[in-house]
Design a protein around this ligand. Structure first.
Ligand code: HPA
Length: 274
């Protein structure tokens, strides 16, 4: 079975398991899965019940699709995502994005927990992604191209929709939730960065660094989706922070920012511009 058929088979299976047909999707990052509890009339589909779906084992990530409503909008949330450092190929870990597109999702919100490279940021801040730096040397689109999905050489001049960013800024201002904006650098992990790497990222123009999101955003752009990216800053990056990092610290900081994150994300989904 080729990749196209694999994607269609997973989408068909989801359609058989729910009557909801959302056009809006959200990928929930480490410690941010609580947003899914806010969906009304929620239906849950464990990844294990979707043929071909990878299954993640990282602490802080559930492993299921949650479909439901936020106000009048139907939404599909990925509660738990896949990371390159788990050993998946870039293409495997992006399969869910292809499947969401095949289901009819046209707009995708990507979220993550990340470290601040910009010294003006602080743990607990929320940051809108204005752009990214793919520092991995990898790309989910490497390999033969299937034109049924998208073009061989997709444009990446506006990976995060300018219109959606303006909408997010307005929503945050209305809710009085402070919102930073910056460039996210993708580092594969699983080791955290060295202090020298963080100085290099500063010189390259990054504001934040994390181990996810960029592969899915490349795939989503390729598939013609509109993307909005939102990070939760959980710590200052190596060399700026005054102590060693741990995954527990990341999860605790994301949970502490959870209420603000969820309030903003809920408003965005509810008022989403068609
Ligand atoms: N580096 C990389 N990924 C992260 C960090 C970090 O400092 N914090 C949360 N995710």
């Amino acid at each position: 079975m080729d990749f196209y058929e694999q994607v269609q088979r997973a989408a068909d299976s989801i359609r058989e398991q729910t009557d909801l047909r959302p056009r809006l999707g959200i990928i929930l990052g480490s410690g941010l899965g609580g947003l899914a509890e806010r969906l009304q009339d929620a239906e849950f589909i464990p990844y294990g019940q979707i043929p071909g779906f990878p299954v993640s084992h990282v602490a802080g990530h559930a492993a299921r699709l949650v479909l439901g409503r936020m106000g009048a909008r139907e939404v599909v949330a990925m509660q738990g995502r896949f990371h390159y450092y788990e050993g998946f190929s870039m293409r495997e870990l992006c399969l869910p994005v292809f499947v969401l597109r095949a289901l009819g999702v046209t707009d995708l919100v990507v979220t993550n927990a990340c470290g601040a490279v910009n010294r003006a940021f602080a743990p607990g801040d929320l940051m809108l992604l204005s752009d990214h730096i793919n520092f991995s040397g990898q790309n989910p689109l490497i390999g033969p191209n299937d034109e049924r999905f998208g073009p061989r050489f997709p444009d990446m001049s506006e990976p995060y929709s300018a219109a959606l960013r303006a909408f997010a800024r307005e929503s945050a201002a209305r809710l009085e939730v402070p919102l930073q904006e910056g460039v996210y650098a993708f580092y594969t992990g699983p080791s955290f960065e060295t202090a020298a790497e963080i100085r290099a990222f500063q010189a390259l123009g990054a504001d934040a660094v994390g181990m996810s999101t960029v592969p899915e955003v490349i795939a989503a752009n390729y598939l013609g989706m509109r993307v909005l990216g939102m990070s939760c800053i959980t710590n200052m990056a190596t060399g700026i922070a005054d102590r060693p990092h741990s995954h527990e610290e990341v999860l605790a900081a994301a949970a502490a920012a959870g209420d603000r994150f969820c309030a903003l994300a809920e408003a965005l989904l509810r008022d989403w511009p068609e």
